[in-house]
Design a protein around this ligand. Structure first.
Ligand code: ATP
Length: 252
């Protein structure tokens, strides 16, 4: 079943069209990676799909127009992790992750034991539980990113959108992130990530390639047609090779 379907004719900001003629379907049980050069429109697309960017067109979440969802219900269906989020630096890491549980309880009611358990499980999953009492602003870039990942996991939404979730993560934690995402997809959730790490994007279930505000190709990461499209978009210096049975992309 399709979790989200977007038909976006355009996104226009300051007289400039940033997205054109987008059609995107996000099914259950699939990890989709969105890739493309700087300025291709990846973040704009993700924001439009999340309802954070006005667009001409229609976005349907679970068969219902995105704008027709009550805000709290929608926040339970669709979890969002933006790029370089700021504004919560004075909160402890645990309080930041608890923000992910807000859609699960009535306004101004205290967290339940289930909320606390979900927050702890999410922090354990991203190995950030150890600094739960530290202020977000005191953490390193990678530590902070793992807390923000825990927050989006704590929402436990059927669809999770993440813009550059691997920023600042070291290779072992990138691998952990991939395992988490695969686990969510295997459990029937949908995950979408904008990634610059092409070697990891090539491990996704499905690739969406963007250039100049358009989706120029969608397909399986192992499909030679996907590799040809990536080389067209990123240029001839991108080499896509197989190492130990996995496709990797190397800028040479
Ligand atoms: N609020 C805005 N006002 C004006 N132009 C914008 C705005 N947001 C994005 N843009 C422009 O839209 C284009 C697409 O931006 P977007 O951030 O979606 O690209 P991206 O593919 O995510 O890029 P990157 O890989 O560099 O993060 C860029 O040229 C950017 O400068």
């Amino acid at each position: 079943m399709t979790l989200l379907h977007a038909r976006i004719e355009r996104v226009r900001i300051d007289g400039r069209d940033l997205l054109h003629d987008i059609e995107l379907a996000l099914p259950r049980g699939r990890w989709t990676a969105i890739v493309g050069p700087n300025g291709a429109g990846k973040s704009t697309l993700l924001r439009a799909v999340a309802g954070l960017q006005r667009c001409e067109g229609e976005v349907q979440l679970a068969g219902r127009a995105l704008h027709a969802w009550p805000a709290q219900e929608r926040a339970r269906q669709l979890a969002w992790m933006g790029q370089q989020e700021s504004g919560a630096d004075d909160l402890t890491a645990l309080d930041v992750v608890m923000l992910g549980r807000l859609p699960h309880r009535p306004w101004l009611t205290p967290p339940t034991a289930a909320d606390r358990a979900a927050a702890e499980a999410a922090m354990q999953a991203t190995q950030s539980w150890a600094w739960r009492d530290r202020r977000l602003g005191s953490l390193s870039g990678g530590e902070r990113q793992r807390v923000l990942l825990a927050r989006v996991l704590a929402v436990d939404a059927p669809l999770t959108l993440m813009d550059e979730p691997l920023a600042h993560l070291d290779p072992p934690h990138q691998a952990d992130w991939m395992a988490l995402v695969r686990g969510r997809a295997a459990a029937g959730h949908g995950v979408v990530s904008v990634l610059h790490e092409l070697h990891l994007a090539l491990q996704a279930d499905h690739l969406v390639l963007m250039a100049d505000g358009r989706i120029v190709h969608t397909g399986a990461p192992a499909d030679p047609a996907t590799h040809d499209a990536m080389k067209r978009v990123f240029g001839p210096r991108l080499h896509i090779v197989q190492i130990e049975g996995r496709w990797v992309a190397l800028p040479l």
